[in-house]
Structures are given as structure tokens and as C-alpha cells.
Design a binder for this molecule. Structure first.
Ligand SMILES: [Fe+2]
Ligand SMILES: [Fe+2]
Length: 282
């Protein structure tokens, strides 16, 4: 049994397989997303449906009239929005458990994951990425391995009298547990039978130039994670962001349309991220 499998063992108790959420993500990521089947699937999970309606009625979407059903969401907000809402709502519950070993405040992993997904999807749109939904899903789930490793990292730290404060988390996990959260996440998502084009960017999200299929999506998720993580998303003005980007750009993979549109991309990201504080995720 590999080291990663050891950590996945018994994972169903910690994160029960979110059957409907996974089916929703898989359906939403199909090229010809069957909206009827997607709606049927969402209706099977009352809490998913309730969460989506709550998000659809947030000030973010600016609708005066109340949205009461899946059909309302499709008619008023469009097919792409229902996919985004379904994927976001389906992931929210998975990413909210505590992350003490990583020195992350409750809720911070979810905010970071959402920011990464938002930024990745804007970068992907500029690059005319063919699979924006799968890019969005990979970016939302990229750090799910931290939820799996949290407890193990906590006891390893306790045994060795160490603590993660800041720095290279992959290196730290590797030293303490002989694996890392990207590898463990990839194994979990494979076990959950998500498509490989969602899994690869999760598996490689700490490698600037990975040897992988779907290398563009991998680089975009790397870049979005790198930017939201290393530069931060809290109380940061866009101008400061550009300055920090220039300072640190040796780690940024060379994606030409990103470099050419950096100001527009970062400005749109900040606008949307600030507006989405009115989205209510449960
Ligand atoms: Fe990560
Ligand atoms: Fe991350």
C-alpha cells in the first residue's frame, strides 16, 4: 500500500463520499452539459438546492425578484451560472472543516479555494480555454488534500515538537509525512472517479512546469494558486498586487496571454472577488 493510500484509508468517515455533489460536478463538466439531468440531480439534494438558491438570490447577482427554483436560475442567470453555482455549492461543504495543522483560520481554506477558482476561470477565459468548468472545479478542489492530511500532520507535529508557521508547505509535509496534499488529493479524486482533466491540475498545483496532460489547465491552476497564496487576497489593492507580481515573477509560468492582459485580469478578479462577499456559501 502506497503512503498516500495509507492516508486515504478510512477517509469515508472523515469526508463521506459526496455522491450527488460529485455527479453534479461530473455532469456540469460535460461538454454538452445535459441541463435537464443536471436539474434533476440537484433536486435530489435539498441542501444543495437550498444553497444554490441562496447564492442565486445574493446581491452578487443583483436580482430584485426572488429566484425560487432551478428553472428560475436557468432562465434569469443562464446555463453557465447554474454550472458555476452547482460546482461551487457542491464543493463548499467539503472545504469547511478545520485546518489547524496548516495554521489556517476556519473558513480561510474555503475563501482561498474560491479566490483561486475565480482567478483561474478569468485567466482561462482570456486564454479561450476549452474547458472552463473543469478548470474552475480543479481550482476549487486543489487543496482538498489538506483536509485529509490535517489530522495526520497535527499528530506528526505533536510527536516531533514542530509546528508549521509559514514557508514551503509541500516540503514540510514531505518531511513530516513523506507525501504531500497534492498527491493525496489526486488519489482521493481518482477514487471518487472524477475525470482526469479535473484531477491533473490538482495533482500538479505546486509545479510551475509540470510534465502532465492538460498542461495549460495545470499551469493556470498553479498560477492562480500561487497568486492568491503568495501575494494574498485580503485587503490588497490591485496596484500593490502588480508591484508584488513583478517582484516575484521568477515563479510565474510563462503564459503569454496572461502576461499581455495581466492588468485587466487582476482588476476583474478584484472586482468580482469583492462583490462575491455577498454570496452566501453554506
Ligand atoms: Fe496547495
Ligand atoms: Fe492553495
Amino acid at each position: 500500500m502506497s503512503n498516500e493510500e495509507e492516508f486515504i484509508k478510512g477517509i469515508d468517515k472523515l469526508i463521506p463520499r459526496p455522491d450527488i455533489a460529485l455527479e453534479v460536478m461530473t455532469l456540469a463538466n460535460e461538454a454538452e452539459c445535459p441541463i435537464h439531468s443536471l436539474s434533476q440531480k440537484i433536486k435530489q439534494d435539498p441542501s444543495l438546492l437550498a444553497n444554490m438558491l441562496k447564492m442565486a438570490n445574493s446581491a452578487y447577482f443583483g436580482h430584485m425578484q426572488e429566484i425560487n427554483s432551478i428553472t428560475d436560475i436557468i432562465v434569469r442567470l443562464g446555463v453557465d451560472t447554474i454550472k458555476m453555482l452547482a460546482i461551487t455549492s457542491a464543493s463548499a461543504g467539503l472545504l469547511k472543516s478545520p485546518q489547524e495543522a496548516y495554521n489556517i483560520e476556519p473558513g480561510a481554506l474555503w475563501r482561498h479555494s474560491y479566490a483561486t477558482a475565480l482567478l483561474a476561470s478569468i485567466i482561462g477565459r482570456y486564454g479561450r480555454c476549452p474547458s472552463l468548468s473543469s478548470l474552475y472545479t480543479s481550482a476549487l478542489l486543489h487543496d482538498i488534500g489538506k483536509i485529509i492530511l490535517n489530522r495526520h500532520l497535527q499528530s506528526a507535529c505533536l510527536n516531533r515538537g514542530e509546528e508549521f508557521k509559514s514557508g514551503d508547505i509541500i516540503q514540510f509535509e514531505q518531511t513530516m509525512l513523506h507525501t504531500n496534499h497534492a498527491r493525496v488529493a489526486a488519489l482521493l479524486l481518482r477514487r471518487w472517479q472524477l475525470p482526469e482533466d479535473i484531477i491533473a491540475p490538482v495533482a500538479h498545483h505546486h509545479e510551475a512546469n509540470p510534465q502532465a496532460d492538460n498542461v495549460l489547465n495545470c499551469q493556470i491552476v498553479y498560477l492562480a494558486n500561487y497568486l492568491t497564496e503568495s501575494i494574498g487576497i485580503q485587503a490588497m489593492e490591485p496596484d500593490n498586487y502588480f508591484y508584488r507580481l513583478k517582484e516575484t515573477d521568477t515563479n510565474v509560468p510563462q503564459i503569454s496571454y496572461f502576461n499581455d492582459n495581466i492588468e485587466a485580469i487582476i482588476t476583474e478578479f478584484f472586482e468580482k472577488f469583492n462583490e462575491s462577499s455577498t454570496l452566501e456559501f453554506n
